[in-house]
Design a protein around this ligand. Structure first.
Ligand code: M6P
Ligand code: ZN
Length: 191
């Protein structure tokens, strides 16, 4: 176990920016063009409008050891690909028995959750919402507002990210614009 010196970050709730600056991961449409329901629209945006930024994650880098507690901010930009709102890739934890906590900092979003055995849940999040992602639940976040949706996350270092399952099977629910409202619907293409 590494002995890490105590430290802090100042968080800008509107942007998710951390000070001092931390490692930043940016995901663009090209990184997840196959994840949107309307792949033709994703391809059209890429060729006609360019490779838009969908979300960025800023976090502290800690060793993946028992007891370390990584934490980060995620900022999802507002927008849609066709009718589908901007979202994260979504993942199960590689160690399924590890949970996570999300805390809303600004904007509006949905936290979508699902289990291997077919249960689903959707939690609306605003600034101040503290949501619990229990062990065994895959999780994806979606920006349903006109502003950035920003939240803070905390998990155990050994949880790891399993992206492959969602990349292969998709997510059971989609969040689409329907009658002027963000609406959670079943994903007809879910495997
Ligand atoms: C949250 C946490 C992170 C995750 C990020 C983006 O902040 O769950 O671990 O990386 O969301 O989600 P994803 O990894 O699914 O793209
Ligand atoms: Zn997670």
């Amino acid at each position: 176990m590494s002995l890490i010196q105590p430290f802090k970050s100042e968080i800008d709730f509107a942007t998710g920016d951390l000070s001092p600056q931390r490692a930043t991961l940016r995901r663009r449409l090209s990184d997840m063009k196959l994840m949107y329901a309307d792949r033709n629209e994703a391809a059209r945006i890429l060729s006609e409008e360019g490779d838009r930024l969908i979300y960025e994650v800023q976090g502290v880098e800690l060793p993946e050891e028992e007891g370390q507690i990584p934490h980060c901010t995620t900022r999802i930009l507002p927008g849609r690909v066709g009718d589908e709102y901007h979202m994260t890739k979504g993942h199960y934890h590689a160690r399924r028995e590890q949970g996570e906590v999300y805390f809303g900092l600004s904007g509006r979003g949905y936290l979508l959750l699902q289990t291997d055995s077919g249960q689903t849940s959707e939690i609306e999040m605003v600034a101040g919402s503290a949501a619990y992602v229990p062990p065994y639940w895959a999780h994806r976040t979606v920006n349903i507002g006109a502003e950035d949706f920003v939240f803070f996350s905390v998990w155990e270092a050994r949880a790891g990210h399993d992206y492959g399952t969602i990349e292969r099977d998709g997510f059971r629910m989609l969040v689409l614009l329907r009658d002027g409202q963000p609406t959670v619907v079943d994903n007809p293409k879910y495997v």
